[in-house]
Design a protein around this ligand. Structure first.
Ligand SMILES: C[S@@+](CC[C@H](N)C(=O)[O-])C[C@H]1O[C@@H](n2cnc3c(N)ncnc32)[C@H](O)[C@@H]1O
Ligand SMILES: O=C(O)C(=O)C[C@]1(C(=O)O)C=C[C@@H](O)C=C1
Length: 260
């Protein structure tokens, strides 16, 4: 990740009116710090992308990173896989994110095939892909739009393709959810956020980041055509799932990237 990143202090002073959270210049400038201090397991999830790709990605196939922000998914994959293993296409709606992602990826991985596009993942014309990553992006789409996107992603995946879906989640049981959210706030405090920052960010994210339950995610993936999905990671109210097109997990070769 680029060094030109500041400490997140966006909600550290009292605001008369807390505006809806958006991925503007101010957020972009401190995003690497913000996401690392705000998402439990973020680094571990990124680190697993290469391992998942090694097992499930057809050699040389396209990888979409949807809502790529500053391209952390691309950086992680390029750090773990050789240039000929994949073609990376990052997509983000925020022009400020796209500009910074391009600069970072061009500098950090000049030998890899990297493309970063400004676009809305709800309306993008998808090309066939071997792997699709949605790392904390679906949660920002209006709930009513989520299923149509998932159906389009299933259609874009090649047979044997894999989707990685990481999300902030809501527990079905109210008491369980309250416990997870309280411990999540403890996690943020331990990472240096004050009670005021936690509370103002929470207000800014209301009706902007709308979390689903794991059951809702699994049901949606099933309705979208995915024959199998696993929750492979959960830490507090953050989780990551993998979903397979056509039982791909059965064909995975542990010793080498797939080359069919
Ligand atoms: C939490 S960030 C994703 C973090 C990133 N995937 C990572 O691993 O570092 C969510 C991103 O989704 C983008 N986004 C939100 N709605 C979008 C949409 N409809 N189409 C494309 N990108 C979108 C935002 O601009 C933001 O950069
Ligand atoms: O800070 C929070 O409460 C979050 O939910 C973290 C979260 C996310 O999950 O995407 C919210 C906004 C920023 O994109 C970074 C992290």
């Amino acid at each position: 990740m680029s060094d030109a990143s500041y400490r997140d202090a966006i909600f550290s002073t009292p605001l008369d009116r807390v505006a809806r959270f958006s991925f503007d210049e101010q957020v972009v400038a401190c995003f690497p710090d913000m996401i690392r201090r705000s998402v439990p397991g973020y680094g571990q999830i990124l680190g697993m992308l290469g391992l998942i790709a090694r097992r499930h990605l057809r050699h040389g196939a396209r990888v979409y990173d949807l809502g790529c922000s500053l391209g952390a998914g691309g950086l992680s994959l390029a750090g773990q896989l050789p240039p000929e293993a994949f073609r990376y296409v990052g997509v983000d709606l925020s022009p400020a994110m796209v500009t910074r992602a391009r600069e970072t990826l061009d500098t950090e991985c000049p030998d890899h095939a990297i493309q970063v596009m400004e676009g809305d993942i709800r309306t993008l014309d998808y090309e066939p892909a071997g792997m699709i990553v949605l790392n904390f992006t679906l949660q920002f789409l209006p709930p009513a739009d989520r299923e149509a996107v998932m159906g389009r992603l299933f259609a874009a995946l090649e047979p044997g393709g894999v989707l990685v879906l990481s999300e902030k989640i809501r527990a079905e049981d109210e008491e369980e959810n309250a416990w997870l959210v309280e411990r999540y706030h403890d996690f943020k405090r331990a990472n240096g956020y004050s009670d005021m920052e936690i509370s103002q960010k929470r207000t800014a994210l209301e009706n902007v980041l709308v979390p689903d339950t794991l059951a809702e995610h699994h049901a949606r993936l099933g309705r979208s055509g995915f024959s199998r999905a696993h929750t492979w990671f959960q830490l507090l109210n953050f989780a990551s799932l993998v979903a397979f097109k056509d039982e791909a997990f059965k064909d995975a070769d542990p010793s080498a990237p797939r080359e069919d």
